[in-house]
Design a protein around this ligand. Structure first.
Ligand SMILES: [Zn+2]
Ligand SMILES: [Zn+2]
Length: 135
């Protein structure tokens, strides 16, 4: 059973996650680019029940084109993006690949929203790329 650990930049928020990620993807959508400040977000989806969070997060909700309400959770001290939730997918949450210590367990299977990737971003040709989010 893989075990993930990670923390924000200042250490006020940390997590431990047991179990296998249900899905891992690099997301190139504009929301992910803006919220992370990076070229794309590496999202590691887990069952919420398998993730133990220590410390206080702050959150921000926003509605996307599909009508779903997404929640971004971040450290209120250092601002690191930590977790994501989608009201349409209860029980599931995402971790940010960059905050996971066990980097060998971070293995994105797909590029999603590749249609809105930055021109400078190179896509790994060994994994599929979808212009949007495949269902
Ligand atoms: Zn922090
Ligand atoms: Zn995204």
């Amino acid at each position: 059973m893989p075990k993930f650990t990670g923390n924000c930049l200042c250490g006020a928020v940390s997590f431990e996650a047991d179990g296998k990620p249900s899905f891992q993807a690099n997301c190139h959508c504009k929301d992910c680019r803006q919220v992370t400040g990076a070229a794309y977000a590496t999202l590691v989806f887990m069952n919420e029940a398998d993730v133990k969070i220590t410390g206080q997060v702050q959150s921000f909700d926003h509605t996307v084109d599909s009508g779903s309400v997404l929640t971004k959770e971040f450290c209120g001290t250092c601002g690191s993006q930590m977790f994501g939730k989608n009201a349409a997918r209860p029980g599931s949450m995402s971790l940010r690949g960059g905050s996971i210590n066990e980097q060998d367990l971070v293995q994105p299977q797909l590029n999603v929203f590749a249609g809105s990737k930055m021109d400078c971003t190179f896509l790994d040709p060994s994994i599929p790329a979808h212009d949007k989010m495949p269902v």
